[in-house]
Write a protein that binds this ligand. Structure first.
Ligand SMILES: *Cc1c(COP(=O)(O)O)cnc(C)c1O
Length: 402
């Protein structure tokens, strides 16, 4: 996005501000669809937890995307955004049977990741086919906080428990219509994915009524210049070929599903924030901005790198080194020792790649308001969320008299 455009949006809507370029989402969606174009039945189910704004959901719906929802509330948001029940795949982990019942009432495709729930489900709803989340026990993902497919992960039913699954479904008569895995986030190495694919396809062979195979997601996106990313085109070629061959072996045209979150929305997002103070100390020049881990927790939670640029000063002949920190009473740091165009108080900084797990993980910590959000798409700007007000902080508090 153009610098001036970003500055105008902050002028109009205030700082801090999330701005999404939905043209980027569209390009990423098409890139993924193209990479797997040789598969007849492909579904891309956007993992909505990455960014649940209804406007973003509507853009993805218009592109033909389905959705992956991990809570009943996400299912409700997707229905609100206009997705049909056939387009909603519900893939929760460790939830109560009561929540599963609600998903049944809403009529969405359910994935279960627990043997005891599978048994209860089969006894209660013998006629509803269900998908199983399998844990393939491969180590994949950017770091251990976001690896969810390894042997000690809470997710999925272990591939070593296929026998137990079969015992349960023999008892209940449940039809397994899909097999699912999701091994983590930030997976750069295609080989780990291909290895997990083979394991998953072996599981598919164990069941007769499979209609779809869901490979989850976890594609890595570049966070800085020169950063690597999952080679989606090469992966598309490899997995498509293997999948098509497998459909022949299985004797049925299965549907191939992916559930990208980050890949679709990360690069579209920016957090724009104004510089409150420039604070030189003996070792470090701090830049303190009017935002913090309450608005973007990824650097603190995952040690995630987010590129930061100075939107106000485009003169790159006067670069300096800064540490960009938040206004929360914690060591909230957006970036250490970053080379940026000279920063002055009042400048607007742009924190890049803030479209995924950014606003959706934000909070009111330190009693700060969550930001407004703006989306730009096909030459038009839309305010898609108002900034919070003091009323929002009080909303559910119950005042008592002592
Ligand atoms: C979070 C999640 C995804 C998306 O992961 P990304 O790394 O954002 O692509 C997909 N599937 C499931 C089940 C998830 O929980």
């Amino acid at each position: 996005m153009e610098q001036q455009h970003l500055l105008n949006l902050v002028e109009e809507h205030g700082s801090p501000l999330y701005v999404y370029d939905a043209n980027v989402i569209e390009a990423q969606y098409k890139r993924m669809a193209n990479a797997f174009s040789s598969v007849d039945n492909l579904r891309i189910n956007y993992a909505v937890k990455a960014n649940t704004n209804l406007a973003i959901l509507k853009v993805l719906k218009s592109l033909g995307s389905g959705v992956d929802a991990v809570s009943i509330q996400e299912v409700q948001l997707c229905l609100k955004a206009g997705f049909t029940t056939e387009q909603i795949f519900y893939t929760p982990s460790g939830i109560s049977f009561e929540e599963v019942e609600k998903a049944v009432d809403l009529g969405v495709q359910i994935t279960l990741d627990n043997l005891s729930i599978l048994e209860r489900f089969g006894n209660t709803y013998p006629d509803i086919p269900v998908c199983l989340r399998i844990n393939p026990h491969v180590m994949a993902g950017g770091n251990h906080k976001i690896s969810v497919g390894h042997i000690d992960s809470k997710f999925g039913i272990s591939i070593y428990q296929i026998k137990n699954i079969k015992e349960v479904i023999a008892k209940t008569g449940t039809i397994i219509n899909g097999i699912h895995m999701h091994t983590g986030s930030d997976i750069y190495n295609i080989d780990a994915f291909v290895q997990a694919t083979e394991i998953l396809l072996d599981v598919v062979k164990e069941f007769e009524h499979i209609e779809f195979v869901d490979f989850g997601s976890g594609f890595k996106v570049p966070y800085k210049e020169g950063d690597n990313e999952t080679n989606i085109e090469r992966m598309g070629e490899q997995i498509s070929e293997r999948f098509n061959q497998f459909c022949v072996e299985y004797g049925k045209d299965l549907t191939l599903i992916f559930e990208p979150g980050k890949f679709l929305v990360s690069a579209s997002g920016n957090l724009l924030t104004q510089v409150n103070v420039v604070k030189p100390t003996p070792n470090i020049v701090f830049v303190g901005v009017d935002s913090g881990l309450n608005h973007l927790i990824r650097p603190m939670m995952y040690d995630a790198y987010h590129h930061i640029t100075n939107v106000t000063n485009s003169n790159d002949s006067e670069q300096k080194v800064y540490s960009v920190v938040g206004y929360i009473c914690e060591n909230d740091t957006f970036g250490h020792n970053r080379k940026m165009n000279k920063v002055s108080e009042g400048d607007i900084l742009r924190i890049h790649n803030a479209g995924a797990y950014s606003f959706s993980m934000s909070s009111n910590y330190n009693s700060r308001y969550r930001t407004a959000e703006v989306m730009t798409y096909k030459g038009k700007d839309y305010l898609i969320r108002e900034r919070e007000t003091f009323e929002d902080l009080l909303k559910n508090q119950v005042e008592i008299t002592l």
